[in-house]
Design a protein around this ligand. Structure first.
Ligand code: SF4
Length: 578
């Protein structure tokens, strides 16, 4: 490997607006890790900078850039963070006009002409699959071989005073030839495939990947997981457009995860017409705990407008099978579509009532460059890409359709969310699971995770969901009917303690520590329960066996106080058992 002189900074710029599902934008896009791995393999020093995770102050970021002194900076652009990228590029050019700035990603690939026309702070745009184009650009610049640059494929640049682009590069034929980024970085999002064969009107994938799908081999994919597990990561998001496109590949991946004994959990994205119970069973065995399915609309005409060609029978079958296997099925719905009425809203609520999703995300239909919906809008309205000169993240479809009313759309969104939240405890109460002993421990894990979501997690924080604690208690108890699950013992014990019923909490906690003596959380919770019941010596003995932390020290002090008070009191303390 040559040691290169140039240092490269790769930036994931900040989004303009706050969003409801912040976690969906917090992680660096997968593609940036691949670009970085290709550069590192070529001997470059690379730093990744995520400006959507905690958002450090801009002065601190600029100081870091000044110290690192990159020769080139690559920006990963989605439409919604393009202004964040432009702002950073401007600051970097002000710092040193010699630093080369390169935009890439889905958002930049479509808007290359607009970006190079209006923003002199952007030097180049990499169009499409960018790993090799970016590396070759950096190589040419480093070597001063400027004449080579316009021979690179998939690149937009300025020539004779105006923006121009070179022909696209063919896609990388064998994805496994890409270096495995887990050799260099820690991350949680990874994908088995690139591309999707479907052609949904609102989605950027068909244009970016040209509806071609390529696969990593199961071995490559699971090696990557194994590399990340070795770095201490145990939860993953499989970010494929549709993870389950090829049953054989999915089952091979799952078998490989199981055979290698990888103790992981993961969430995936799928389509309702590409799953069956056998595949889902393998996914569950290999650690899958959540699958998101795009339903978009319950109304056939609206789905037809969106070019989402799925059948409601497949939706019903996929959701039922996913629940049976003990995987949380999550539904994506889009509202604010042409053709949406109070009637289609009711159809969506009825469909939810039917399929009982245990998670749901509701999006307003958006116009993004790179989608057919956006191309149709430009053709219809006579607008150009210059609409993006406004400091906006996106255009909501209803804003561009004079026939649609903002208040009605907003109200539909509210009613969908409220309806889902109101029905959710009933969906949780009506979970029918596979009656297969092999799955019992997995069912216990599934039910106790869901219980925790109602008790302490996301659902606990949503006022519109009724009966959260009752639902959590029911799920913890159901989990324990399947297997002695540590999370269920702990959750049930805590829930009963929070209710002040320490006598009732003693039983699940005692059973929990019997089954899981090494579980420090269960031991601590049991000791706290003992303290509340006046069994200070017993609690102290238990706490002394645990690793000392500030919390443990606090409870031990409480025990000593309790013992001192009991000793100095004339009333004999309650008898304590070992
Ligand atoms: S929405 Fe999903 S199924 Fe449709 S084209 Fe995009 S990735 Fe494919």
């Amino acid at each position: 490997m040559n040691v290169r002189k140039w240092k490269i900074l790769l930036v994931y710029p900040p989004f303009l607006e706050q969003r409801i599902h912040e976690d969906e934008i917090r992680s660096l896009p997968m593609g940036l890790y691949y670009v970085a791995a290709v550069l590192k393999n070529d001997g470059y020093e690379v730093v990744l900078l995520n400006l959507n995770d905690g958002k450090p102050p801009i002065a601190q970021i600029m100081e870091m850039i000044q110290q690192f002194r990159p020769a080139a900076v690559g920006f990963s652009i989605l439409n919604a963070n393009r202004w964040g990228g432009i702002d950073m590029a401007r600051r970097i050019k002000a710092l040193d006009p010699g630093i080369v700035t390169v935009f890439g990603g889905v958002g930049a690939s479509t808007l290359w002409e607009h970006l190079l026309t209006h923003f002199p702070e952007i030097d180049y745009v990499v169009i499409g699959e960018g790993e090799y184009t970016f590396r070759d650009l950096v190589r040419s610049l480093e070597q001063g071989a400027l004449g080579d640059i316009d021979r690179l494929g998939g690149l937009a640049l300025r020539k004779d005073g105006g923006p121009t682009r070179t022909p696209s590069e063919p896609f990388i034929a064998d994805l496994d030839e890409l270096p495995d980024p887990s050799r260099y970085f820690s991350y949680q999002h990874l994908s088995l495939t690139r591309g999707c064969p479907a052609n949904c009107r609102f989605c950027g994938s068909p244009d970016f990947w040209r509806r071609k799908v390529r696969w990593h081999s199961p071995g490559y994919f699971v090696d990557q997981i194994e590399g990340l597990v070795a770095r201490g990561i145990s939860f993953f998001y499989f970010s494929d457009d549709t993870f389950t496109l090829r049953k054989k590949a999915v089952v091979a991946v799952c078998r490989e995860i199981i055979d290698r004994g990888l103790d992981i959990h993961w969430a995936a994205i799928s389509r309702v017409d590409t799953v069956d119970e056998e595949t889902l069973g393998w996914m569950r065995r290999a650690g899958c705990i959540q699958i998101s399915y795009g339903i978009e609309s319950a109304n056939r005409e609206v789905r037809r407008f969106l070019d989402k060609h799925i059948h409601l029978d497949d939706v019903r079958a996929a959701f039922a099978a996913t629940r049976r296997c003990g995987i949380l099925p999550r539904a994506y719905f889009i509202y604010g579509c042409p053709g949406d009425t109070d009637q289609t809203l009711q159809e969506a609520l009825d469909l939810m009532n039917d399929i009982k999703p245990l998670g749901a995300i509701f999006y307003i239909l958006d116009l993004f460059p790179g989608t057919r919906l956006y191309a149709d809008y430009l053709a219809r309205s006579g607008q150009t890409d210059d609409i993006w000169l406004a400091p906006i993240e996106d255009i909501l479809y209803f804003e561009a359709d004079p026939g649609m009313d903002r208040e009605t759309v907003r109200e539909h969104g509210r009613l969908l969310r409220d309806g889902f939240h109101r029905m959710l405890p009933r969906f949780a109460a009506d979970i029918q699971l596979l009656d297969d002993p092999e799955f019992y421990p997995l069912h216990a894990d599934f039910l106790s995770r869901l219980a925790m979501t109602f008790h302490k997690g996301d659902y606990a924080r949503i006022p519109a969901i009724p009966q959260k604690r009752r639902t959590a208690e029911m799920l913890y108890r159901r989990a324990l009917d399947y297997a002695p699950d540590a999370r269920a013992f702990l959750g049930l014990g805590m829930l009963l303690q929070e209710r002040g019923d320490f006598a009732a909490a003693a039983d699940p906690l005692a059973r929990g520590v019997r089954h899981h003596p090494e579980d420090e959380a269960l031991q601590t919770c049991t000791a706290v329960n003992d303290i509340h019941q006046g069994a200070y010596r017993q609690a102290l003995r238990r706490l002394r066996r645990l690793k000392e932390t500030p919390a443990i020290r606090h409870w031990m002090a409480q025990c000593r106080r309790g013992i001192g008070e009991a000793d100095s009191s004339s009333v004999p303390s309650a008898p304590e058992s070992e």
